[in-house]
Design a protein around this ligand. Structure first.
Ligand SMILES: Cc1cc2nc3c(=O)[nH]c(=O)nc-3n(C[C@H](O)[C@H](O)[C@H](O)COP(=O)(O)OP(=O)(O)OC[C@H]3O[C@@H](n4cnc5c(N)ncnc54)[C@H](O)[C@@H]3O)c2cc1C
Length: 273
C-alpha cells in the first residue's frame, strides 16, 4: 500500500530500531508551522516504512537526504554526493548564416510558416565507443518577447567564431538588413540564425556537501572548461562556419561563466531548501 503525505520535507532516514525497515523523519510545512522556525526544524514527524524506501526527490534532494541520513548513522558509501554532473547542456547560435532558419517567434505567427515547437528533431550522436562521449544536437527557437534585443545580444557577445573572409561581405549586408528592416526580414541576419541545444555528459566535476548550517551546497570545479564542452562548441562552430555563419556561444556563459570559473577556480552554489 502507498501512502501520500503532502507538504512534508524529508530530512533523513534511519534504520528502524525494531529491525524491520526504516523510519523516515520529515518536517511538516502545513498549518503555518514554518513560522515557528526552531520548533519546525527540530520537532520532526516520522513514518515507518516496513520494508523499503525509494527516494524520488530529484538529483539534489535525494543526495541531500542521503547525506543527512549518513550523518545520523545510516550506512552509506563515501561516494554519495561526489562526481555529480549536469547533463552537459550547451546553448549556441549559428548567427547570420546563408540559410533561412525561421527560428525567431512572432507575436502573430504565420500559420503556413510557423516557428516552434522546439526539439522536434535531433542529430543523434549518442552511438560512441565511450557512452559518455555521446550527445544529441537539438534545435531551439527564441520567444517573440526576446527577439527585439537578440541582434544586439548576439553581436555584443564575446568570443565569436567567424566564417572565412569570403562570407563576411554577405554577412555585413544581412546584418544591415536586420537592423534597418527588422528581425523578421528573410534576407536579414536574425531570420538566418539557427539556435542549437546540445545534451551531452559533463565531466564529473561537482560535489554536493552539507554546510555548517546543515544545508546542501554544490561545488562545481570548472564545469565550463571541460574538454568535451570545448569539443562540442568547436563542432557547432565548424557547422556554422560551413554555411557562412558566425558561431556565438551562450551569451551568459561567454559574459560571466568562463570569467567566474577562471578567476575563482571553482563555483559554489547554495541550494535553498
Ligand atoms: C529547466 C529545465 C528544463 C528541462 N527540460 C527537459 C526536457 O526538455 N526534457 C526532459 O526530458 N527533461 C528535461 N529536464 C529534466 C527533467 O525535468 C528531470 O530529469 C526530471 O524532472 C527529474 O525527475 P525526478 O522525479 O527525478 O525529480 P524532480 O522532478 O526534481 O522531482 C523531485 C521532487 O522531490 C521534491 N523534493 C526535493 N527534496 C525533497 C525533500 N527533502 N522532501 C520531500 N520532497 C522533496 C521536489 O520538490 C520535487 O517535487 C529539464 C530540467 C530543467 C531544470
Amino acid at each position: 500500500m502507498f501512502d501520500r503525505f503532502c507538504e512534508c520535507e524529508v530530512k533523513y532516514i534511519k534504520k528502524a530500531p525494531t529491525g524491520d525497515g526504516y523510519i523516515v523523519y520529515f518536517a511538516w510545512h502545513g498549518s503555518g508551522r514554518r513560522e515557528f522556525s526552531r520548533v519546525f526544524e527540530q520537532d520532526l514527524m516520522w513514518v515507518h516504512a516496513k520494508k523499503f524506501v525509494f527516494l524520488g526527490a530529484g538529483t539534489l534532494g535525494t543526495t541531500e537526504i542521503l547525506l543527512r541520513s549518513k550523518q545520523v548513522g545510516l550506512p552509506m558509501s563515501d561516494q554519495v554526493g561526489t562526481r555529480m554532473s549536469g547533463n552537459g547542456d550547451i546553448l549556441g547560435f549559428g548567427y547570420n548564416t546563408d540559410v533561412v532558419a525561421n527560428a525567431v517567434a512572432k507575436a502573430q505567427p504565420d500559420p503556413t510558416h510557423p516557428v516552434g515547437p522546439t526539439i522536434t528533431g535531433i542529430i543523434d550522436c549518442r552511438d560512441q565507443p565511450n557512452a559518455l562521449d555521446g550527445f544529441v544536437i537539438e534545435e531551439g527557437a527564441v520567444p517573440s518577447a526576446l527577439v527585439p534585443g537578440l541582434q544586439l545580444l548576439l553581436e555584443a557577445t564575446p568570443g565569436k567564431i567567424y566564417p572565412e573572409l569570403g562570407s563576411r561581405f554577405q554577412q555585413f549586408i544581412r546584418r544591415k538588413l536586420s537592423w534597418i528592416l527588422g528581425p523578421y526580414n528573410p534576407g536579414g541576419s536574425i531570420e538566418r540564425t539557427q539556435i542549437y541545444l546540445i545534451m551531452s555528459h559533463d565531466s564529473n566535476q561537482a560535489n554536493l556537501v552539507l554546510n555548517e548550517n546543515n544545508k546542501p551546497v554544490i561545488r562545481w570545479r570548472g564545469v565550463g572548461r571541460s574538454e568535451h564542452v570545448k569539443y562540442l562548441n568547436k563542432l557547432l562552430a565548424d557547422a556554422t562556419n560551413l554555411v557562412g555563419g558566425t558561431f556565438v556561444n551562450n551569451p551568459f556563459f561567454a559574459a560571466l561563466g568562463e570569467q567566474e570559473v577562471s578567476r575563482a577556480g571553482s563555483i559554489t552554489l547554495s541550494i535553498k531548501s
